[in-house]
Structure formats: structure tokens, C-alpha cells
Design a protein around this ligand. Sequence first.
Ligand code: CUK
Ligand code: CUA
Length: 677
Amino acid sequence: MWHAFRHHLRSAAAAAAIALAFAGVARADDKPAGKVEISGGQVNELQKIASERGLNVDDLVAAAKTYTPSGKHDEFITFASGGHSGQMFVIGVPSMRLLRSIAVFTPEPWQGWGYGVGNKVLAEGDLDKDHKLTWGDTHHPALSESNGEYDGQFLFISDKANARVAVIDLRDFETKQILKNPIALSDHGGVFVTPNSDYIIEGGQYPMPLGNKYAPIEQFKKTYRGWVTLWKFDRAKGRIDKDQSFAIELPPYDQDLFDAGKLASDGLIFGNSFNVEAAYGAIEKGEAPLEAAASQRDMDYMHVVDWRKAEALVKAGKTEQINGFKVLRLDTAVKEGALWFIPEPKSPHGVDVTPDGEFVIVSGKLDPHVTIYSTAKIKQVIASGKFASKDEYGVPVLNFDDVKEAQVEVGLGPLHTQFDDKGYAYTSLFLDSAICRWSLGGSFAKLHPEKPWTVVAKAPMQYNIGHLVCAEGDTTKPAGHYMIGMNKWSVDRFFQTGPLLPQNFQLVDIAQGGEKMPVIYDLPIGVGEPHYAQMIKADKLKPLATYEVGTDPLTMSVDPKAPMPGDEKVVKEADGKIHVYTTVVRSHFTPENVEVEEGDTVVWHLNNLEQTPDATHGFCIAGFNINLSLEPGEAETIEFKADRAGTYPFYCTEFCSALHLEMMGYFQVKPKATASR
Ligand code: CUK
Ligand code: CUA
């Protein structure tokens, strides 16, 4: 085998691979990426390394495509959900380096999340003051869009486990707002934006009596309901405006994923559903389990909502309040012409609008096809009022054949579809463990040589792919080049880290059309199951390197209480609490010794005076479970009760300087009996 390989390396392909590999090095040194001279000695070295490590030519090419020399930055940035870690991950492409996590729904010590600012944001999303939430289950992130393109300003994500929605500001990659959906306890964990981010769409998942009332399970069809919530986004404030947000009541089907129409289909939103049987399982009574009962019918219903119409109905006051939240009732939505159903084959998953907005693609988990619907035909049929039937809840159902454009047999277990810049669609195949590239029709047919709606290529994925993401692949202008398969299982791909294994992100080079789609990198994700991700051109992001000194990340403006040099003090203020004003700079806290009395409530204001990028200081107090991350220029305030006497060292948790270990102080709590303040 080795001899064959050596022979291979001497071939023209090997020479090209080697040239490519060295071209990467040439770019690293900022030399013009022209023709790379490779000496005979270097070729020998490369051959030696390849033979020792068992690499073939394709491996060398893949390495050259992804290896990113120290100091070189990535062309794309991927924001991946973190599943039941409740967080988001930021990953560079093509290097596949994990750049950071963004704490969202789960306290996360490295970034001080859940103590200062994080505590305030998390508290806003708690069930109520007695029922705190310490985790989330994130599925579908959505980047903010302007005219259907990513604008790099905000990132949204929801929490499947608790029906919460979060807003992340991409100036500082910090979560700014978490809202609990007042009418539901869980959702699908995903959000989708309308083309200008006017609304953030949160789809439900498991039907329940809206507002969380008790109702016996036998009343499922009568009392349980599905829903979709449209959160109004105020871009200037960078927050969701809850008062202008609303939900639409839906039949008790399992609403799954939504996508917003764009261009040709602007104004509509599409959502797939499963379990239109409205089954609720009764395995405990010896009946068919939910999974079987929910898969009896050949067709489920794609939901079509006219969101502008729904918005107008809400503005006209045609809503009811549930737990103080506006809900457009199902019968109102039907009567006023804002909701329709379209049959979709067999337990579908994934609904994706093509970049031109002309088609909607739905996958059938139990059907080897993707079904392509024409949005023009959908609009025509809706306008004509010629419906095939109504569902049990009175929702008009369009005739499948009236709106179907095509079906493509892509393989087993199709789930999600994304798009590139060459007129191809890519569908993940869970059961086949593969991705399928197929050709789009309509306005994209001219971009590729193949016949529209045909399978062009398949590439294996290891293993059980769920989502896939193409660069800007759900926008009006996909960037092509890279795709990541998000694989649920990794089985034998990595070192056996005990019985619990990571998920596997596989980077695929989709730059060429036709049959070539090589996997060029495997990234194990050992910190949560990423369901979906979005990949944006790195140069669209304009993150801050430092905050202006004294900035409260929640307001993104200077906190008037932030202590500046000279303001350091410990004082009892009118509120009866002890306020500590501390400045933080390499390599000391001022003051270094702080004394209060047992039983005092302490409000501690800290301000990191640094303006040097990366000069982050930490602040933790032993014995009080306090841990802050003070990024350059950041001010934070924490409040706690000094409930027991003692001597508590505090220190900086970031190795910030040569004298970092000296960056500490003492927090003294004087026993009450001997206090003489
Ligand atoms: S879902 Cu995870 S594989 Cu929640 Cu997007 Cu399809
Ligand atoms: Cu500041 Cu270590």
C-alpha cells in the first residue's frame, strides 16, 4: 500500500497538492500568493511526513484548504447553537477553530455569566421569582437580516426547554435580553427572522393549554393548542418589544420549524408540522406509542401565515390576552384570512425558502423526497379562494397538486435544506448519513448545467447528520464555498472519551459544482449538541475590541455609578446599603481592603479601567459564590448580603500580568457583636 501511495505522491496531483500546501504558507508570510517554489528537499520532507502519518493526497489538499497559520484569521464565522448546554458557539471557517462560547441561558463562569450583568438578564427570563431556570436547550439561531441578507448586528436564539427567546448584540457578543413566552412552557428552540428582522418568529412544538392551565389529557383535541409567536424587534433599542409582540393560536399539531418568505414570497411565513393526528400517546394503557400514533396519515400540514395581515389584526385589537400577552385566536386568524394549510408528506421536518423566495422546500423524515412548493402558486390559490377542504379546526387546506412544483428523491431521512451561490440545494439525510446536492429550478436553473430538480451528488457524513449550514445559505445571497454537516453521532471518529461522545461538525468544500464535495475537516463538539448554525462572512461583523471605560454592557453606555480613578470608596448610602466603589487595572484593585459589618447588604461597583484589547480582569470573592469577568472598559455591579463574619480573600481570575497573583484583596466581615462602625 505504501508503494502505491509513494507512486501517487509523485503524480501530478501530488505536485498540485504540495504546491497548494505551500501556497498557504506563502500567504501566511503576507507574500503575494503567486506561484510557490518548492525545492526537492521540501517535497521529500512532505512525502516523509505523509508516509509517517498515513496521509494521502486528498488529506494533504484538505490540510492546505483548512490549515490556518498562527495570526491568520478566518473568512467566515459560524454561530452554532449549543443544544442543552443552553449556549452559543462561535467557530471560524475554514480553520474550524472554536473561538468562544456565548453564554445565553446557562450560567457560565468563564465569562462571569450568572453573577453580575448575566444575573440580571437571566432573571428577566425566569419563570417567576421563586422558580429560577439554570439551563436551556438551543436549536436554531438566527442572525439579523436587512433586505434578506445578514447584517451582522444581532443574533437570536430560543430555548426549547422553557420557551424563552434571547437577543445577543454582536458588538460585544453578549446576551442582552431573555424573554419568557407567557403562553407556553416549551417551543422548538429555534427562531427565524422576517427579511428586515421586524419580527423574530418563535414556533411552538408540543401543544398545551395556552397559558399553562391544567387540562386532562383526554381533552387534548378540545383544549390543547399549538402556537407561533411573533416577537417585535426594536432594532434601535436592540431589544424585543413585548408589548408589540403577539402569538397566533394554532391547532394542537406539533408545529416544528418556520421560515420567513422573502422577495417573491415576502409577507408570508411557512411552518411545517407533524402529528396532525393530534395523538398524545397512551403507551401506559397498552395503546400505540405516540411515535406510531403520530405517523398514521400520509400527509401533515405545512402552515402558511400572512404575517402582515396578522399584524394588522393585532393592531386593530382583534386579540385576546393570555397571561398579559396578545393572542390572535385561531378562529379569528381563519375568518380574517391569515392562515392556511398545505398537505406535506409524512412526518415532515424542515421548511426552507429558496434564496429568491420562489419555492418552499419541505423534507419528509419518513419519505425519501423533498417536496418543492411554488410560492407563486400558493399565492394564486389563496387569492382564488379555491380550497380542497378544511381541517378539523376550520383552517382552509390547499390542494397539494395545485401548489406542488416538484419532488426530488434525495435519499433516506431528509431533514434540512440550504443553498449555495451556484443554484444548488443541499439536503441533509439523517438515515443515509449523507448530504445530497441537487439542482434548483426557477431563476437559479441558469446557474448550473444540470436539469432542474435532479440529484447531482451525494457525500457521506459521519454520522447521522441533522442540520447542515452553507455560508449565508438561508439568505437571498448565499456565499457558497463551505458547508458544515452537523452530525449527531461521531462513533469511531475520535478518541473514545468514555461512553459520552462529542457531536461532529464536518466541513465540506462545496466550491466546485458537479460531483465533488470533499469533507475537509472534522471538528468534535464536546460541549453540547449543536442543532443548527448560521455562517456569516467575517467582514460583515464589526465587534468592539474594548468598551469605553465605565460601560454597562446592558445599556452599552457609561454607567454614572461606575467608579473612575479617585472615586474609590466604601460608603453607606441613603438606601442603607454599603456601596463599594472599586477600580480595576493591572495589577491591583482599589481599594484592596474592604470591611463591612455582618448583616450588611453590599452593593459592589467595579470598573475595569483598561483600554488595552484583551486586558480582561476577573473578580471573585471566596465564600460568596461571586465571579465576574470584567472586560476592558466594562463596569459591573453586584449586590449580596454579607451574612456571616469572616475574612474573605478576593482575587483576579484572569492571568492578566506578571503580577496577576498579587492582584487580590481582603473582604472583611466584622461580627455583629463587636462591631463599632
Ligand atoms: S431540529 Cu435538530 S436536527 Cu430542532 Cu432543527 Cu432538525
Ligand atoms: Cu487582573 Cu489577573
